[in-house]
Design a protein around this ligand. Structure first.
Ligand code: ADP
Length: 277
């Protein structure tokens, strides 16, 4: 293996001959068959110089017109200056307390329920009745999508929402945080459409606070479907198409029971039957 002879049989014969000459197997040492002569390694790329090597691997190419030592064009897309949606700034916010610990924290009421269960309507009523501020997470996301339509991240989120899937959790929570930080002096805040699953609930508690109350609008699936169809005719929201509606109902069906159970165990939930609302 070490010598890599061209003719292995001849090589073995020469080794046996060497053993005989040395005076038997006892005289064989670990390096008896290791060649002492130092061979230089063959030059890289058959003798090409480094410069010509580079020239060959990076030939003139109209699609890649930069030579090895040419300065590359600046990357605008990822520079801080072009952070139009302030996403880096948004990530920094994760490190800070949302509410000032030295001041009374606004009461937080979360309103959950299936798509079309009337979360928006009922949340607004609660907010009005108690003089609280109202936040709709769906609306928050839609507004952001609208204002950041040229941003890659947000156009991707727009597509996700149009298919009826949930927006990415951390982005959603960051948006909520940013909004909450703008209204620190409210007595209470009603958040419509959050959380959608237990993971969101945990993350909210971890990063923001434990809610004071969770209102669950319980509605039969069939009723939700009927309402969504009606809403699609009236409002024309891009995610009220048939496929997205089915997906949203499905997601809700999967996530609702564990979410309700989670808040029930914490003694925070209040269920309102809303089949006839
Ligand atoms: P609905 O509850 O009737 O689906 P919303 O306006 O509350 O209507 O939400 C619209 C869409 O916005 C949802 O289908 C989802 O894609 C996105 N969305 C809303 N709330 C959340 C959330 N908490 N987490 C992730 N995505 C959300």
């Amino acid at each position: 293996m070490c010598a890599k002879p061209e003719d292995p049989v001849e090589y073995l014969e020469s080794c046996l001959q060497k053993v005989k000459e040395l005076g038997g197997c006892d005289k064989v040492k670990w390096d008896t068959f290791v060649s002492q002569e130092k061979k230089t390694l063959p030059p890289l790329n058959g003798g090409q110089s480094r410069r010509s090597f580079l020239r060959n691997v990076m030939p003139e190419n109209p699609n890649f017109p930069y030579r090895r030592y040419d300065r590359l064009p600046p990357i605008h897309q990822f520079s801080i200056e072009s952070d139009t949606d302030l996403s880096e700034t948004a990530e920094l916010i994760e490190e800070y307390e949302v509410f000032d610990p030295t001041r009374p924290r606004p009461k937080i009421v979360l309103v959950i329920g299936g798509p079309g269960s009337g979360k928006g309507t009922q949340s607004l009523k609660i907010a009005e009745r108690y003089g609280f501020q109202y936040i709709s997470v769906g609306e928050l996301l839609r507004k952001k999508i609208h204002s950041a339509s040229s941003n890659r991240k947000w156009s991707l989120i727009a597509k996700i929402i149009t298919t009826g899937e949930l927006a990415p959790q951390e982005t959603t929570i960051t948006e909520i945080k940013q909004k909450l930080m703008q209204i620190p002096d409210e007595e209470g805040i009603v958040i419509d459409g959050f959380p959608r699953d237990v993971a969101q609930a945990l993350s909210f508690e971890d990063q923001i606070c434990t809610p004071d109350l969770v209102v669950f609008l319980a509605c039969a699936n069939q009723r939700l479907k009927e309402r969504l169809l009606k809403r699609a005719e009236q409002q024309g929201r891009p995610d009220d198409n048939l496929k997205a509606t089915q997906r949203r109902l499905m997601n809700f069906k999967q996530n609702a029971a564990p979410l309700v159970k989670y808040f029930q165990e914490k003694g925070l939930i209040m269920t309102v039957k809303c089949h006839c609302l």
